[in-house]
Write a new protein. Structure first.
Ligand SMILES: [Zn+2]
Length: 224
């Protein structure tokens, strides 16, 4: 049960998911930064375009009011309006390109935000499965503890000490059955000598496997 607790598949799953979340989060931050950089670029362009429009408006007003009488001044004013108009078109072309880039960046940020939400849901699901599995193991462990408590009073201190020592040394399994003349712990066949020794042993004698040292129990399936 300790082993099951430590090796739940959800533990690996959650650790991989955490890595994915980290990647998506950092990509999202990058995408969001790009969106705000491009939006700032667009704001600045709009400000520039606005200034050009205002200046053109003022020039046009002066022209319409007929207050400019000198031919040279008139020509210079018309020339300026022409340049401003070209400047406005150029800036608007740049703005269009910036808006397209903004759309792409916003699309990326939005896809990453959706992926982040999806991962959050997957993580919640895996965490729920992990805690359900741990609760089931806890119930099994409690049951095993109860079972053990009913048996322990009938076992000598010496045998119990041997059992606990072997359990610690041999991956948690200290007692195995002999099945068809084979040790159920190390899966090795008993030698002819072993069979003779086991057969000759008293019913309550503690038998040990010659190979894996586990305590062996004789059953109807032992083939002896
Ligand atoms: Zn064995």
């Amino acid at each position: 049960m300790e082993h099951r607790r430590r090796t739940l598949p959800e533990i690996t799953e959650l650790s991989e998911l955490a890595q994915q979340q980290q990647k998506v989060h950092s990509a999202l931050v990058t995408a969001q930064t790009e969106v705000s950089d491009i939006a700032r670029e667009q704001d600045k362009l709009e400000g520039d375009i606005d200034q050009v429009r205002q200046r053109m408006g003022r020039d046009q007003q002066r022209l319409d009011a007929g207050s400019v009488s000198s031919a040279k001044e008139l020509e210079s004013l018309q020339h300026e309006i022409g340049s401003l108009s070209k400047r406005q078109r150029d800036l608007e072309d740049v703005e269009l390109e910036v808006m397209e880039r903004l759309e792409v960046a916003e699309g990326q940020a939005s896809a990453l935000a959706t992926e982040q939400e999806r991962l959050t849901a997957v993580v919640e699901d895996a965490a729920r499965r992990r805690s359900d599995a741990l609760a089931a193991i806890d119930r099994d462990a409690e049951y095993a503890q109860q079972q053990r408590a009913t048996v322990v009073p009938h076992v000598s201190d010496e045998l119990l000490a041997l059992y606990d020592k072997l359990r610690a040394q041999l991956g948690g399994v200290a007692v195995v059955a002999i099945k068809q003349r084979r040790c159920d712990g190390c899966r090795l066949d008993l030698s002819a000598t072993d069979v003779g020794r086991v057969r000759a042993a008293e019913e309550d004698e503690i038998l040990r496997c010659e190979e894996c040292r586990r305590i062996q129990v004789r059953t109807e399936e032992s083939g002896l």
